[in-house]
Design a binder for this molecule. Structure first.
Ligand code: EPZ
Length: 426
């Protein structure tokens, strides 16, 4: 109860107006670490994951693995997962409710034990988010699906490799089916697969575990099922959404950041968009760091979100904050989630001019935002409010920041190190 109250009562205070200058180091990718953690359910041998960020969603994933019977040891950014007691095949409501990615236990448990059940994740602030594409994929491999009292149960005596055609390149469904078909009998081919870097990372980890996966990162992925998988050690890729957030914070505050420990090519569309509007972006020869520098007034640019390599939905909110400050008009179209504009109303409370019509937001740049009390509706909306607070005149107080703790490691400290006046108050 006290922890819950604390969650609701913690706030971030920002005194805006300082251009960010200095060096920021990006953490490991949350959305890559999560499927990799759940992939360890596919083996009884020890797995070690490095560069795992210290985030609330990772805490939830580790609790779920422990609940299912794994021994999980976390030290700094390294997580060691070993077999404990025999595995349970049921993911409880309390953990699935906290994090939708918990549904990623279904594929590995089904493949390894022939049975898996989990509370069906409900909708969240950004959309309905069903898992029908995951379930029809499991059915193609021969699983029976049952839904009763909000719990989905999957059973299969044996999974058989098949051709699977996804209606939409869902990130989670691609990960779940990669994991399930890694232990299916025969060859599975996934058509219209998601192509996100997190899919490639998950496939690389599975291959280190002995899986035979080809084509991850393209629309068609081939998986030759194996009888069993072994333990492996893997380093999680850098978080491209955190990288994007710092690029946009540098642009909005008219600053200059050296962003380190990145994988620059994962942010290609954003880098091109920032260059088009007038920012200078330089990657080092190894693509492992980026310099992002403001040197002239920026121009507006329309964007449409889409599956990778298109503009990421997870960067749409932060881009909107930037556009509210660029002289002229721009249109932002959200094509992935049906309700991902809740940050627009909060930005308007800070003086932004945004009109939302269905899945499009029409933004007219203003000279300045002014500090206000604002509320966070989801993780990336939270990042958008932080960027707004960093540029706004005066004090911004951000409420419901527990969303931010799910996806940004040491956010205040990293921003303070580059000159932001930001603190968390309890
Ligand atoms: C992943 O969610 C990310 N989460 C999300 O990151 C990200 O926004 C999203 O991909 C899109 O890039 C993780 O990786 C843990 P999807 P996921 O399945 O897998 C619809 C963040 O802020 N759909 O690709 O749940 C769905 O409703 C987050 O870090 C179905 O209709 O995304 C949505 O409209 C939030 N049926 C669209 O597809 C399904 O069975 C994309 O969903 C599956 C999805």
């Amino acid at each position: 109860m006290i922890a819950l109250l604390k969650e609701f009562m913690d706030k971030i205070l920002i005194e805006g107006g300082t251009p960010l200058k200095g060096v920021v180091e990006v953490s490991g990718s949350k959305n890559s670490a999560l499927p990799c953690l759940f992939a360890t359910l596919l083996t009884e041998e020890e797995c070690v994951l490095e560069n795992v960020p210290d985030l609330v969603d990772i805490d939830t994933a580790c609790s779920l693995l422990s609940f299912l019977g794994k021994k999980v040891n976390r030290k700094d950014h390294t997580v060691t997962i070993q077999s404990g007691t025999s595995l349970s095949t049921e993911a409880p409501y309390d953990l699935v409710r906290r994090m939708r990615a918990s549904a990623l236990v279904l594929g590995p448990l089904l493949a390894r034990l022939g049975h898996a059940s989990a509370s069906l994740p409900g909708g969240c602030a950004i959309g309905v988010r069903p898992i029908d594409i995951h379930l029809s994929g499991f059915e193609r491999l021969g699983a029976e699906t049952q839904l009763s009292q909000g719990i989905v149960t999957l059973k299969a005596r044996k999974l058989l490799g098949k051709r699977i055609d996804f209606a939409f390149p869902s990130v989670g469904a691609t990960e779940n089916l990669l994991m399930a078909s890694a232990l299916a009998q025969g060859r599975t081919v996934i058509h219209n697969a998601a192509r996100e870097p997190e899919i490639v990372d998950c496939a690389n980890f599975l291959n280190k575990m002995g899986a035979e996966i080809e084509g991850a990162g393209s629309k068609t992925i081939h998986i030759l099922g194996k009888k069993s998988l072994r333990g492996a050690r893997h380093r999680v890729i850098p978080d491209r959404i955190e990288t994007a957030t710092y690029l946009l914070a540098a642009a909005a505050t008219q600053g200059e950041l050296l962003i380190q420990a990145v994988h620059a090519s994962h942010n290609q569309i954003l880098i091109q968009s920032l260059e088009k509007i007038g920012m200078e972006i330089l990657a080092d020869a190894r693509n492992a760091s980026l310099i992002c520098r403001y040197f002239k007034p920026l121009k507006p640019l329309n964007i449409v979100t889409g599956p990778y390599p298109k503009f990421p939905t997870d960067v749409q909110a932060q881009w909107m904050t930037l556009m509210t400050l660029v002289s002229g008009k721009s249109v932002i179209q959200e094509a992935i989630f049906e309700n991902r504009f809740l940050h627009a109303a909060e930005l308007c409370r800070m003086g932004a001019r945004i009109e939302v019509d269905g899945n499009r937001a029409f933004v007219t740049g203003v000279k300045q935002l002014s500090g206000a009390d604002v509320m966070v509706s989801d993780l990336r909306a939270g990042a958008a409010m932080v960027i707004a607070g960093l540029v706004a005149k005066g004090k911004t107080r951000i409420h419901r920041i527990y969303h931010l703790d799910r996806g940004y490691e040491n956010l205040e400290e990293k921003l303070r190190n580059v000159g932001a006046q930001i603190q968390r108050v309890h």
